[in-house]
Design a protein around this ligand. Structure first.
Ligand code: AMP
Length: 468
């Protein structure tokens, strides 16, 4: 975590209850986004902040929200004394959970109450908690509207609105939901918008929803973190799995998020990794909420080595000290590359981001390098034949992949692997529409639809069990 050297939290005018919680969380100094956004927000101004993941952006909006609500905090048990005063919208349920955990941690010494609501779980389980009254509600847009429809909450007293990861909300097609939600809020309110990338659409959203916002940008927009070593392997699609297995075995003590473009590939890949003796599980929108939370907990507890994830499912995950990210498929939207590799190298730690790029993905690589304004070093992989030919010999360690700078000649990748042919069935083609469908984890789009061959329901393919 890059800290701001000259400013301390107590000079920002935060209440002792909040400062105590920050000390307990081990924070000593505000990060740059916190040092810049907190004073603006405390003064009541709207904020448009561009901050990469891992910059401490959650506290940058959560602390001013809590500080401003403190004078209204009540110890009364009456729900009427705890109306929703701050609404924090996030694109995914995982991010919503994470944000609310942070809010709770910062509010722990205050009577302010918070709650998270998201889709994919029975709405009835959320209603009793809402009825007790909460000042800070963290929600995904679809589920929030479900609650509005069911009249299980009212938004008439919201005075602060936060749009977290606004760029992702737009990507996921939440604009109509956002418009509906905004129409339900009092006109007089403070708004904060956080986005990892600054596209023209984001600027337009900011023009529409914010009033004279202060623009805060702590890192070059669309920049990648210098702590992260990035590499590309040019590899044929059919050799990707063998190379991935090698890389994972090479990194045997580490934890890795493996990104795929589609839910289907994530499921197939995690299944195949487990067959190869690698503790893996998939996290994507066709998993039940319970399965996703279990997979995430198992990953955080170190019981799973490889978490295979789609962009949306992995968005906003804060897994401390994640040393490696592997792009099994590179994203067609270059901004997603920035988000993905932002999973590693967080809080000042170093990280490695490896991308497996096949010939037909090279066009996306060109766009990514254009966006991040640097060329990613290319490596050649010597894929050990044992990984390719003996998929069920789990115990045997694959030979280390030799990493060296690519020469102009590409390694021929002709050998055929003896692995489940199902894995190589074509997946959803690479069009924006297909990506959207493949990765859309929105609440309303949440579906229990079976995926894959024979319409099987997805199952957690976890090796080693979950820590309870
Ligand atoms: P975020 O960008 O909000 O997801 O935060 C990334 C990580 O940084 C989280 O684990 C936070 O708990 C941590 N963090 C946030 N603010 C600070 C701070 N001022 N000092 C140290 N760690 C922080």
């Amino acid at each position: 975590m890059t800290e701001n050297n000259s400013i301390y939290f107590d000079s920002l005018g935060l209440a002792p209850e909040l400062l105590k919680a920050l000390t307990e969380a081990g924070y000593t100094k505000p990060t740059p986004i916190q040092a810049q956004a907190i004073p603006v927000a405390l003064a009541g101004g709207d904020v448009m902040a561009g901050a990469q993941t891992g910059t401490g952006k959650t506290a940058a909006f959560a602390l001013p929200v809590l500080q401003k609500l403190l004078p209204l905090a009540s110890t009364s048990t009456s729900p009427a004394k705890h109306p929703i005063r701050a609404l924090i919208l996030t694109p995914t349920r995982e991010l919503a959970i994470q944000v609310e955990e942070s809010v709770k941690a910062y509010a722990k010494n205050t009577p302010l109450r918070s709650l998270v609501v998201f889709g994919g779980v029975d709405i009835k389980t959320q209603t009793p908690h809402l009825k007790t009254g909460v000042e800070i509600l963290v929600a995904t847009p679809g589920r929030l509207l479900d609650h509005v429809e069911q009249k299980t909450l009212t938004l008439g007293q919201v005075q602060m609105l936060v749009l977290d990861e606004a760029d992702r909300m737009l990507d996921m097609g939440f604009m109509p939901d956002l418009k509906r939600i905004l129409a339900l809020l009092p006109k007089q309110r403070q708004n904060m918008m956080f986005s990892a990338t600054f596209s023209n659409e984001i600027k337009k959203l900011s023009d529409d929803f914010l009033t004279k916002p202060t623009l805060i940008e702590v890192a070059r927009s669309n920049a990648t973190n210098d702590n992260v070593t990035q590499n590309v392997y040019h590899v044929a699609q059919r050799d990707k799995e063998a190379l991935l297995i090698q890389l994972l075995k090479e990194a045997s003590s580490s934890q890795v998020i493996v990104f795929t473009k589609t839910k289907l590939t994530a499921s197939r890949l995690s299944r195949s990794l487990v067959k190869h003796g690698i503790a893996a599980d998939a996290i994507h929108g066709d998993k039940s909420q319970k399965e996703r939370i279990e997979a995430l907990d198992a990953f955080k507890a170190g019981n799973i080595m490889a978490l295979v994830a789609t962009d949306v499912a992995a968005r906003g995950l804060d897994i401390s000290e994640l040393p490696m990210v592997i792009n099994y498929e590179i994203p067609s939207a270059p901004e997603d590359y920035v988000h993905r590799i932002g999973r590693t190298g967080r809080a000042g730690a170093s990280g490695v981001a490896i991308s497996l790029v096949s010939d037909d993905e090279e066009k996306y690589l060109v766009e990514i390098e254009k966006l991040i304004k640097k060329s990613i070093p290319k490596l050649i992989a010597n894929i050990a034949s044992s990984s390719a030919r003996q998929p069920y010999e789990h115990e045997e360690r694959a030979a280390k992949p030799a990493m060296h700078k690519a020469s102009t000649t590409r390694r021929p990748t002709s050998h055929k692997k003896n692995v489940d042919p199902w894995f190589y069935q074509p997946y959803v083609p690479n069009t924006p529409k297909a990506d959207e469908n493949a990765n859309n984890d929105s609440n309303n789009a949440f579906s229990k639809k079976p995926v894959g061959r024979n319409q099987k329901s997805p199952v957690a393919t976890l090796l080693g069990g979950f820590k309870k």
